[in-house]
Write a protein of this length. Sequence first.
Length: 396
Amino acid sequence: MDLYKQALADPSPVYAETSSAACRSSGFPSQVSIDLDAVAANVRSIKALVGDTVSLMAVVKANAYGHGAPQVARVAMENGADLLAVACLEEALELRRAGIGAPILTLSFVPADAVASAIALDLTVAIFDLEQARRYQSAASGIGGALSAHLKIDTGMGRLGVLPGDALALCQQVAELPAISLEGIYTHFSSADASSRFTAEQLSRFCDSLAQLEHQGFRFKHVHAANSAALLTEPASRFNLVRPGLSIYGLNPLGAGQGPAWLKPAMSWKTTIAQVKTLPAGSFVGYGNTYRTRGSETIALLPVGYADGLRRAPRRWREVLARGRRAPVIGRISMEKTAINVSHIPGARAGDEVVLLGKQGDDMISAEEIARWIGSINYEVVTSIAPRLPRDFVCV
Ligand SMILES: *Cc1c(COP(=O)(O)O)cnc(C)c1O
């Protein structure tokens, strides 16, 4: 238990601290703000929706989708989450170091040589293969420890997981491994956001497996399948535990106009105008001379670029908000500079706040809108904002 104790005894001050002051002085000319009240409200809304008989596992992988894992995890636990999920051991270690003692499931792969650490950190791992289970068994018994695990079934996603036809045999063989205790069973949907038919198909394969396992005497404390989209659209997928990620952050897992009204986006991203100038007609802007002014145009330079996560290619970030109005990005986005056209925004000047993601005045640029511009999904928009930019945690 040494590593675990050490992690708890030595919480990093950055993670233990949710005040904004430390972050503001970071020296980066753009700020990512996380509204922890929005996270709290989203978690409470999900909890109210699924009810008291269903536990909530908050998915905080990839630094809580770019929102700051320790802070989001803490707020989620305080507002109704019972367990946490991360991708890998390193992410779990960050939470333990921040003093978070909640149960944590690692959704992705944990190599057998990391089993001692997983036990020390009191983690639960995913099991989906007999060879893997045997390696875990020998690593765990080698240190005289026991490893908690959830069995993952691949009901149609085609990623990690044992195929339903092999689940019973795997379960029987894992039951013979004394250092591994199967405390849960789960599957993951491939298209809960788009195809209710395929989701129903995966659900029925999962239920068949559960019935077969139960018939042979296998019962699990935690049975889970639903991501955000499934928990919203398919109540039968909730079992006794749901695994939302996206909706915790207030982002919409369903099509435009189909998400619930209670979603409150938690992330915003702002910068400041570094310079404003008026260029004569026929001037070029940016690398490659891809933009040329038609008439006299007033442009503003922003001290952010693709190194911060402002997507350059193949389809770029298109607009920002300045003085409550939309300003188009012009020319190529550079590594840490971007030009916008402010000819139609009188009074725009150096020092003005510019919103890249979030609200300004009556307008708002959402992660969903940016996803449409760059040809991606809201998940990728928020996880692509550079981790090096400090997150400024706001709560009232
Ligand atoms: C990321 C992930 C989730 C969360 O999905 P959302 O769509 O963000 O709610 C749930 N389960 C697994 C296995 C995941 O990898």
